[in-house]
Design a protein around this ligand. Structure first.
Ligand SMILES: C[S@@+](CC[C@H](N)C(=O)[O-])C[C@H]1O[C@@H](n2cnc3c(N)ncnc32)[C@H](O)[C@@H]1O
Length: 265
């Protein structure tokens, strides 16, 4: 696994901080062990975990950069790190206060926990509606000695109504939770104006992206050019849908889950 991760991260232009690859190995062991008693993942073979969970999640890292603090200047990650390409061989920004990121419907911690391991400066919230998964994530964070992670048992559409969560995060990320129109209503309300919502999707998401245009606009966002990326060694290409938050999400959103599902924006 170590070799696959080191080579894969290098191919993606990412540099893992000291101890990160070892932490990912421990995370993989805990995942496979716990999966025997709790449904966490269908992917358990070590090489597949390394590629389809860890490297796939890592692909998001380079695109968090554009989510730097509002106000620009010295605090803006995109300025600090130079170009807007993924990876770039640098950590986000060694000496800056971390970006505040929420992973909505994190499940067993993807992509959020991988991002935190690779970029320890992040201030991360892992949110999921399934309590026992959240409890397990707390154990994993403890075992990995990670600081600055909040594991939150909540429904995304309810938690986003809370002060301190609404229009507050530099970035919201999510993988495999809902179709994009619905997912936009679950995630975009968390993001502050100037921040970004990154949805991990398949390359067959063209129609889904078109269908989400109304939701993006209504909730205060603007679609940016999606990015397709290869997952090293997996023979698959995935897509990162990027939404920039332009203005605060209007009152009344997100709606209740039944309404979101019945009447997508
Ligand atoms: C298929 S899993 C994906 C987990 C992880 N993101 C991944 O890619 O492996 C979907 C997760 O989203 C959570 N979820 C679904 N709807 C949610 C909601 N409204 N609020 C919070 N979590 C939700 C589920 O409990 C589940 O853990």
């Amino acid at each position: 696994m170590r070799e696959i991760l080191n080579r894969g991260l290098e191919q993606m232009g990412l540099t893992a901080p000291e101890g990160a690859v070892e932490r990912l190995e421990i995370y993989a062991r805990l995942l496979v062990e716990q999966n025997k008693v709790m449904n966490l993942t269908a992917i358990t073979e070590p090489e597949a975990v390394a590629r389809l969970h860890f490297l796939d999640s890592a692909a998001v890292l380079g695109y968090l950069r554009g989510a730097g603090h509002a106000g620009g200047g010295d605090n803006t990650l995109s300025v600090a790190c130079g170009d807007s390409s993924p990876g770039g061989g640098a950590s986000l920004r060694g000496d800056a206060p971390g970006l505040r990121v929420i992973d909505v419907g994190t499940g067993a911690g993807f992509p959020g926990l991988v991002l935190k391991i690779l970029e320890p400066s992040l201030s991360l919230t892992l949110l999921d509606s399934l309590g026992k998964r959240v409890k397990w994530l707390e154990t994993v964070c403890r075992e990995l000695g990670l600081e600055g992670v909040t594991c939150l048992h909540a429904r995304a559409e309810e938690q986003a109504l809370e002060p301190g969560f609404r229009d507050s995060f530099d970035a919201a990320v999510s993988r495999a939770v809902a179709s994009l129109p619905l997912l936009t209503e679950l995630c975009l309300p968390y993001v502050r104006p100037g921040g970004t919502f990154l949805a991990m999707k398949s390359v067959e998401s063209g129609q889904e992206i078109l269908s989400a245009q109304g939701a993006v606009k209504r909730l205060g966002g603007r679609l940016e050019e999606p990015v397709d990326y290869d997952v090293p060694g997996a023979g698959v290409t995935h897509r990162l849908v990027r939404v920039r938050k332009i203005s605060n999400t209007p009152k009344g959103y997100p709606r209740k889950w039944a309404k979101i599902k019945k009447e997508p924006l």
